[in-house]
Design a protein around this ligand. Structure first.
Ligand code: ADP
Ligand code: MG
Length: 249
């Protein structure tokens, strides 16, 4: 059994069937990519995994426990962390203050924004956040305003903020969308490093095939809300149905 098991998930938006009978098993400690054309249902699927959406039917379990009916916050506490399609950092806080947020969330199970000023005094949280920034290779940027950083660095911070919660499953929704090639390559290197150094499972939705083939151990192709095929990157590359549905050949 995988760390994440999705069985028979359906999700409709009015007359539109966004997900149709999705079955997906993500094995522990792999990087599993979910690819597919725009509108295939990738983000909807991710939203069903983190409690942002509730499937109409089907089941989703993480480490053997159902996530359905739990709030995004509870699911996060279970060990699933998610990076959104657009960076979700606090632009008017410094990089260090941003990194303190998940450190508090991990310790206390919740976070209040107004806690930051009180807590700058709490050395251990500052130290934990600084340590995490060092691991992300961002220690020299800790006093910068988060909004003033490049897209790639914002993403790097956001990924670090997820890791500070010590998740066992990291979900990434198009982490390199809108990035210049150099930032994309830096993000690939960062994710490779995370994969090698941590005891973590990564599920990544990605449009950029260079990113997918650089990182993925398994690939699921989603088309019109239903998994078309799941296989190794080598087999996916040559799969005629995939070339037709996804690469437009
Ligand atoms: P992807 O991430 O693969 O591009 P999405 O999961 O965002 O696809 O969307 C799948 C389909 O569901 C699309 O047709 C989209 O327009 C539709 N959709 C997504 N979210 C909503 C929503 N909240 N309300 C109505 N339709 C939605
Ligand atoms: Mg999407």
């Amino acid at each position: 059994m995988g760390i994440l098991e999705v069985k028979g998930v359906n999700k409709r938006f009015g007359g539109l069937q966004a997900l149709g009978d999705v079955n997906l098993s993500i094995a522990d400690n792999v990087c599993h990519a979910i690819i597919g054309p725009n509108g295939a249902g990738k983000s909807t699927l991710l939203n069903c995994l983190v409690g942002k959406l509730i499937p109409d039917t089907g089941s989703v379990s993480f480490k053997g426990n159902s996530v359905l009916g739990r709030s995004p916050h509870e699911i996060n506490q279970m060990g699933i962390s998610r990076v959104f399609q657009t960076p979700e950092i606090f632009g008017d806080l410094s990089v260090l203050e941003n990194m303190m947020i998940p450190c508090f969330a991990k310790r206390d199970g919740y976070f209040k924004l107004n806690a930051i000023s009180d807590v700058m005094a709490q050395r251990d949280m500052v130290e934990k956040a600084e340590h995490m920034l060092e691991e992300m290779n961002m220690a020299n940027k800790k006093d910068m305003m988060a909004s003033s950083m490049s897209r790639g660095d914002k993403r790097r911070l956001e990924i670090g903020m997820c890791l500070a919660q010590e998740p066992s499953l990291l979900l990434l929704d198009e982490p390199t969308a809108g990035m210049a090639r150099a930032d994309t390559n830096n993000t690939i290197d960062l994710l490779k490093q995370i994969k090698d150094e941590r005891d973590i499972t990564i599920a990544i939705i990605e449009h950029d095939m260079h990113v997918v083939f650089s990182l993925a151990d398994r690939i699921t192709v989603l088309a019109q809300g239903t998994p078309l095929v799941e296989d190794t990157p080598e087999n996916i590359k040559g799969h005629p149905k995939v070339r037709e549905a996804y690469l437009g050949e």
